[in-house]
Design a binder for this molecule. Structure first.
Ligand SMILES: Cc1cc2nc3c(=O)[nH]c(=O)nc-3n(C[C@H](O)[C@H](O)[C@H](O)COP(=O)(O)O)c2cc1C
Length: 295
């Protein structure tokens, strides 16, 4: 898996226009950072610098209006112009519902008016949480009394590509597709990973034990050599043998630790053990240079 930092990858999101009354006039801004908190509570995350925020705080109301793909241009315009300087609401046939201060758009197929429930004060953003008071839909988007998203053709927003996207066709039934796994026995992939890890550890332990055994016979050979040779050779071999034996004590302790070490930790012990073996091999090679050739 790539580690790409704390990158928000929760896209696509529906692009919406949030309606507010600012200084007595309707204003709309594009908002893709919308959230569903409960069946009736929605959140919108607005940068504190935006003109719209003061309208929501003043009136304690706002609207969330859903454009279709055909309303991309107007929607994008509301995301690049500020109500501080431009009357964006002039683009639309604006209407009001029960709350009176949450402007909505008659051309849009779905509009929701919300009463402000709570404001979360983040350093750069105000998160406005609202409770849906009423939802207004056009007949064009309805099927059997429910909103049909295929008819809405929502305008999807993706931050990575900075593009608008469209919805594809439906591919399955919610709360039903998963039932297929209820019948079939499910293989535990995580258990397999742990098993695999344990097998790896066991295999490595056997290999290292063998290597250690071979090295043990070598040190015995070096000790015989010390007794065979001249005093001079003994003095030269001895420091390497001592080094070897110190490392052998470490290696044995590490081998015991390897057997007990948990998943994840054992690779570190293995690396330590491998480097001990390396030190022993080098010590033996240095000692070997002083062996009596015609033993
Ligand atoms: C597609 C799109 C999505 C956007 N989503 C957000 C958003 O989620 N939150 C936000 O603070 N601004 C968002 N913006 C930026 C505002 O819509 C933009 O800054 C706007 O001009 C502010 O309007 P205002 O100054 O009239 O309030 C978005 C812009 C675009 C084009």
């Amino acid at each position: 898996m790539n580690r790409i930092g704390p990158f928000n990858a929760l896209y696509p999101m529906p692009t919406t226009l949030v309606g507010t009354m600012v200084n007595g006039k309707p204003n709309f801004l594009a908002v893709a950072h919308v959230g569903i908190l409960t069946h009736h509570h929605l959140s919108v995350g607005l940068g504190k610098i935006h003109y719209s925020n003061q309208g929501i705080i003043e009136n304690e109301t706002f609207s969330i209006c859903l454009p279709t793909q055909n309303q991309m241009v107007e929607t994008d315009y509301c995301g690049i112009m500020t109500g501080k300087k431009t009357d964006k609401a002039a683009l639309f046939d604006v209407f009001y519902g029960d709350l009176k201060t949450a402007p909505m758009i008659r051309e849009f197929l779905i509009n929701m008016e919300l009463r402000l429930h709570e404001v979360l004060n983040y350093q750069t953003h105000d998160i406005f949480i609202g409770e849906i008071v009423q939802t207004y839909t056009d007949d064009k988007v309805m099927r059997n009394g429910l909103v049909d998203i295929a008819k809405l053709k929502p305008l999807l927003f993706d931050m990575a590509s900075k593009k608008y996207w469209s919805l594809g066709p439906a591919i399955g039934e919610c709360w039903r597709e998963g039932k297929a796994l209820k019948k079939a026995p499910v293989e535990n992939k995580n258990k397999e990973q742990v098993m695999d890890d344990q097998t790896k550890k066991a295999t490595i332990k056997v290999r290292l034990e063998k290597e250690l055994e071979i090295l043990q016979t070598k040190i015995d050979e070096a000790k015989i050599q010390m007794n065979l040779g001249m005093k001079d050779a003994e003095d030269k071999i001895n420091p390497h043998v001592e080094k070897f034996e110190t490392e052998l004590t470490h290696a044995r302790a590490k081998l015991a630790e390897l057997g007990k070490s948990s998943e994840g930790a054992w690779t570190e012990v293995r690396d330590g053990l491998e480097s001990s073996l390396d030190i022993m091999k080098k010590a033996f090679a240095s000692a070997e240079k002083h062996f009596t050739k015609d033993k």
